[in-house]
Design a protein around this ligand. Structure first.
Ligand code: GRG
Length: 322
C-alpha cells in the first residue's frame, strides 16, 4: 500500500526509490505479480526500462541479459511474444522494437522479417489485426505505424488506407474509438492521434473539439480520467496529456494540479506509483506516472516523445540518422 498522503516528502518525485522498485520487481520472479504478468513480460520490460531511461538510470541493467532474453521471444514469423514460448502479437512486437531502440540495438534485428510480420497484419480496409486471430482495433493501427516508422519501413503498408480507417473511427465529440462507431476513450485517442501524428495526418483532427473533450478529463483532484463519469487514473496522465500535446492544446489543463495528483500516487517508502492515491503500486502505473511527469517537464526527468512513447534523445538518434 502507498504511504503517500501523510509523508513530509509529499511534493517530491522519489526517483531513486522508483528506480530501486523497478530493479527489484525484475528480481522477484516468484511473486504473485510476476506470475500473473508472465505472458506480458515484454510489455513490463518496456515500461520498466523506459522509466529507468527517463530517470537516466538505464545503465543499471545488463543490456546483454535483456537483449538475449528478448530475442528468445521472436517467432519464425518475425513477430515477438510477451515471453519465451508464447504466441507473437503486435503488442509485444512494438515493445521489443522499443526496447532495442532504447539500447541502440536495432541493428541486431532482421528488419525485413519483423516489418513483414507487422505489415502482413494490415486488412483490406486499412485496419490492422493484432495477430493471426484477427481482432481489429485502432490500438493495432498505432502499433503497426509506430513500429514500422521506427524501423523506417512505413512504405511496406498502405498508409493512405491506414489513415482512412483511423479517420473512420472519429466520433462527433472529436474523439476516437477502437472501431468505427465505438465510444471515444482516451487510450484509443492516443493511438489514433499518435498514428496520425507519425504519418503527418493531424489535419484530420478537429483540434479545438478534441482538445475540449480531453481537457474535460481533468477532475477535482487534478487527476485525469479516460472518459466522462469515470475515476481518475495515473495512466491517463499519459494517454490524455500526450494527445493534448500532439494537438497543441496542453495549456488547457491545470498542469500543477496534475503534477500533484501524480506525486500523491507514489509509495514514498518502497517506490512505485499507483493508479490513485493510497492504492497498490505496479510497474504500469510507475511508467505512466513518470512519463506523465516527463510530458509536464518535471525537473530531473528526461523528455519523452508524445507520439513514439520513447525518450526524445532515442527518437532523435533513430529518425535523424539514415
Ligand atoms: C507505446 C504507450 C504505448 C502504447 C502502445 C497498447 C497501446 C499502444 C495502447 C493502449 C491504449 C488504451 C486502450 C489504453 C487504455 C488502458 C485502460 C486503462 C483501459 C481501461 O479501460 P476501462 O474502461 O477503464 O476499464 P476506465 O478508466 O474507462 O474506467
Amino acid at each position: 500500500m502507498s504511504s503517500s498522503s501523510s509523508s513530509s516528502q509529499m511534493g517530491q518525485l522519489v526517483a531513486d526509490k522508483h528506480v530501486r522498485y523497478i530493479l527489484m520487481s525484475e528480481k522477484k520472479k516468484e511473486s504473485f505479480e510476476s506470475v500473473v504478468m508472465d505472458h506480458l513480460r515484454m510489455n513490463g520490460a518496456y515500461w520498466g526500462l523506459t522509466t529507468l531511461d527517463l530517470l537516466d538510470k538505464l545503465g543499471s541493467v545488463s543490456v546483454d541479459e535483456v537483449v538475449s532474453w528478448l530475442m528468445t521471444c521472436q517467432h519464425e514469423s518475425g513477430g515477438f511474444a510477451g515471453n519465451t514460448g508464447h504466441d507473437p502479437h503486435v503488442l509485444y512486437t512494438l515493445s521489443a522494437v522499443q526496447i532495442l531502440a532504447l539500447f541502440d540495438k536495432l541493428d541486431i534485428l532482421d528488419v525485413g522479417k519483423v516489418s513483414s510480420y507487422v505489415a502482413g497484419l494490415q486488412n483490406e480496409d486499412g485496419s490492422f489485426s493484432g495477430d493471426m486471430w484477427g481482432e481489429v482495433d485502432t490500438r493495432f493501427s498505432y502499433i503497426a505505424i509506430c513500429c514500422l516508422s521506427i524501423l523506417k519501413c512505413l512504405d511496406k503498408i498502405n498508409v493512405v488506407k491506414a489513415v482512412d480507417y483511423i479517420v473512420s473511427c472519429k466520433n462527433l465529440d472529436g474523439g476516437f474509438g477502437c472501431t468505427p462507431g465505438a465510444e471515444s476513450h482516451a487510450g484509443q485517442i492516443f493511438c489514433c492521434v499518435g498514428a496520425l501524428a507519425i504519418t503527418g495526418s493531424l489535419h484530420h483532427v478537429d483540434k479545438d473539439l478534441l482538445g475540449w473533450w480531453l481537457c474535460e478529463r481533468q477532475v477535482k483532484s487534478g487527476g485525469l480520467n479516460g472518459r466522462p463519469e469515470k475515476l481518475p487514473d495515473v495512466c491517463y496522465s499519459w494517454w490524455v496529456l500526450s494527445s493534448l500535446i500532439m494537438i497543441d492544446r496542453v495549456h488547457w489543463i491545470d498542469k500543477a494540479k496534475l503534477v500533484k495528483f501524480i506525486l500523491d500516487c507514489q509509495d514514498l517508502e518502497n517506490g512505485g506509483i499507483s493508479d490513485r492515491p493510497d492504492d497498490a503500486v505496479d510497474i504500469f502505473h510507475t511508467y505512466f506516472g513518470v512519463a506523465g511527469l516527463s510530458l509536464l517537464e518535471y525537473p530531473g526527468v528526461k523528455a519523452i516523445d508524445p507520439a513514439y512513447a520513447l525518450p526524445v534523445d532515442v527518437i532523435n538518434r533513430i529518425l535523424l540518422t539514415k
